[in-house]
Design a protein around this ligand. Structure first.
Ligand code: ZN
Length: 346
């Protein structure tokens, strides 16, 4: 984010000018700019310094501020990058988009970088962890998504629903939460890398050795640093863009948390979009639950284009993103993000 510095030649040229010529040149520079990118020492878009916190009271019904259209625009920008498997240049571009949007809205974004062994050899992964308010100690709940796409050698897979949908929605959630700084500082936003298995999910001696790389690393770090005790609940979003959204809750969903989400959905008359999956779904919520953080996976696994070349942008709707965003915001504002509230499941 450093300001670009002009080459020295323009400076030496300036010394040869008369005082009058110099002031004329300065006037021209002020009028038309220097030709150097970002020479003027103001904060560039996306820099934390450019952010001004909102003044006045936060919106009473903050869930109404979530824009499915704005979220969908972020989703499209992710899809437009093409396939975004872990370790790829395209995924670095995705990180740049996410980071710029979050910092623009006052969030500090930490890059949690690590290397893990995969069936295709070592891969360097990067989780993005966003916090609001400058402290790591105020967060009490996590909202998360994976932003990588599964690698395929034979098809062009852009993961519109599987990767991009929840990522774009989480970017919009960051904007909305920043309207309520007290609430925002109680929420940790995490964009996981490496959710997808490089080949397929597999366990060796009961331990997962392919897939969920980012969430496994994040959960391990929380346990090591003691922050696992600080975080009382979590919501994971995955595949939430399907225009015929059916959120298929995994049977391992923590029951008290499921009731809280249902209460939020009831308040917004959105309960019909939920159903219960017969099979347990392995996803990024699994390592968090194992780390003692009750986490629910809001996933639309009832999606015929899953892991096919047809998981494309045209299958998505802004309304689906809006529904999940509003339910989660309602839950954050009335329950999980309440100050000093004890999570009922603990
Ligand atoms: Zn997937």
């Amino acid at each position: 984010m450093a300001t670009t510095i002009c080459s020295a030649s323009s400076g030496s040229l300036a010394w040869k000018m008369s005082k009058r010529l110099l002031s004329a040149a300065l006037a021209l520079l002020l009028a038309f700019g220097t030709g150097c990118k970002r020479h003027v020492p103001t904060a560039a878009p996306g820099q934390t310094g450019a952010y001004v916190p909102p003044s006045g009271p936060p919106p009473a019904e903050i869930w109404k501020e979530f824009s499915g259209e704005k979220a969908l625009a972020h989703v499209k920008a992710q899809c437009d990058l093409g396939p975004r498997p872990s370790g790829s240049a395209e995924l670095e571009k995705a990180r740049a988009l996410i980071t710029a949007e979050l910092t623009r809205n006052g969030w500090n974004v930490e890059r949690q970088t690590f290397t893990d062994t995969t069936p295709r050899g070592p891969v360097t992964f990067v989780n993005l962890i966003a916090r609001y308010g400058g402290s790591k100690k105020t967060q009490q709940t996590v909202v998360c998504s994976h932003y990588d796409t599964k690698i395929f050698d034979t098809i062009q897979f852009v993961g519109a629903s599987d990767g991009a949908s929840s990522t774009g929605a989480l970017m919009e959630l960051a904007r909305v939460l920043s309207l309520d700084p007290a609430l925002a500082q109680r929420v940790e936003l995490v964009f996981f890398d490496g959710e997808e298995a490089v080949v397929q999910y597999r366990q060796t001696n009961g331990v997962l050795t392919d897939g969920l790389y980012g969430s496994r690393h994040y959960a391990k770090d929380l346990a090591t640093t003691g922050r696992a005790k600080q975080l009382r609940s979590g919501v994971l979003w995955d595949m939430i863009g399907n225009s015929r959204l059916n959120i298929t809750l995994s049977p391992d969903s923590p029951a008290p948390l499921m009731q809280e989400i249902f209460a939020a959905a009831d308040a917004l008359r959105l309960r019909p979009i939920f159903s219960l999956s017969e099979r347990t779904i392995l996803d990024d919520h699994s390592p968090l639950n194992e780390a003692g953080i009750p986490t629910i996976d809001l996933i639309g696994f009832d999606y015929p284009y899953w892991h096919t070349a047809d998981d494309t942008f045209d299958k998505l709707s802004a309304q689906s993103l809006q529904s999940v965003g509003a339910i989660t915001l309602h839950w954050l504002k009335t329950t999980a993000g309440q100050p000093a509230k004890k999570y009922v499941g603990q």
